[in-house]
Design a protein around this ligand. Structure first.
Ligand code: 5RP
Length: 222
């Protein structure tokens, strides 16, 4: 199967996962990226079965509205039933690297609020050790050079993602050559650098369920 077919398969599996739990007042958290987009497109068919969604990016919000799904501010919502999103890497503990699309901060916030986080990914995202994919770090613009120097001290090779401004008005450093043996500890360590808004490690709040698209079908991993 192609990567696109695998993404379609996990999007469909995620619909099967959430559908039985939806109620008229349910609010879903929706991620960002090509896999999440496939989920959004399928969710359109269920739009009358739940209240609406909270989006992790302006792009996803626009796509949801385009399908007639109401988008709420997170602050006006009580409970987020599920957060459904893709990932750039996922390990056996369902720790993730996210933020390839630059939406890591809002993704982390919505994931934190969700009762359950369903990660949808094709098999290419599954790794033994996180860090082959360059780890994104969102920074306050005036702190970019300082944060970059601190990242070098930690062993990373940070590269400024030029021309990219996040939905929060910040910039991104991508950490190359940065294998991560202890995602929980590194997530906390990076968050401790002054000027860092968020880093793309999702370990403290990893996924609860991984729907992994493989040639043998969709594997459900918890
Ligand atoms: C965006 C993300 C995405 O979930 C991640 O980049 C995966 O994207 P795709 O589904 O297009 O492979 O974290 O910030």
């Amino acid at each position: 199967m192609t990567q696109d077919e695998l993404k379609d398969a996990v999007a469909a599996a995620a619909i099967d996962e959430v559908r039985p739990c939806l109620e008229r007042d349910s609010v879903l958290g929706i991620g960002t990226g090509s896999t999440a987009n496939r989920f959004i497109d399928r969710l359109a068919l269920l739009r009358d079965d739940f209240r609406g969604a909270v989006a992790s990016s302006e792009a996803s919000a626009e796509r949801l509205r385009g399908h007639g799904i109401e988008v709420f501010e997170l602050n006006s919502v009580g409970t987020v039933l599920f957060y459904i999103d893709g990932a750039d890497e996922v390990n056996a503990h369902l720790h993730l690297i996210k933020g390839g699309g630059g939406a890591l901060t809002r993704e982390k916030i919505v994931a934190a609020c969700a009762e359950r986080f369903i990660c949808i990914a094709d098999a290419s995202k599954r790794v033994e050790r996180l860090g082959e994919f360059p780890l994104p770090v969102e920074v306050i613009p005036m702190a970019r050079s300082y944060v970059a120097r601190e990242l070098v001290r930690l062993g990373a090779d940070p590269v400024y993602r030029e021309g990219v401004i996040t939905d929060n008005g910040n910039q991104i450093l991508d950490c190359y050559d940065f294998p991560i043996d202890d995602p929980l500890a590194m997530e906390a360590r990076l968050n401790g650098i002054v000027g860092v808004v968020t880093n793309g490690l999702f370990a403290a709040r990893g996924a609860d369920v991984l729907l992994l698209g493989t040639d043998r079908g969709v594997e459900r991993i918890t």
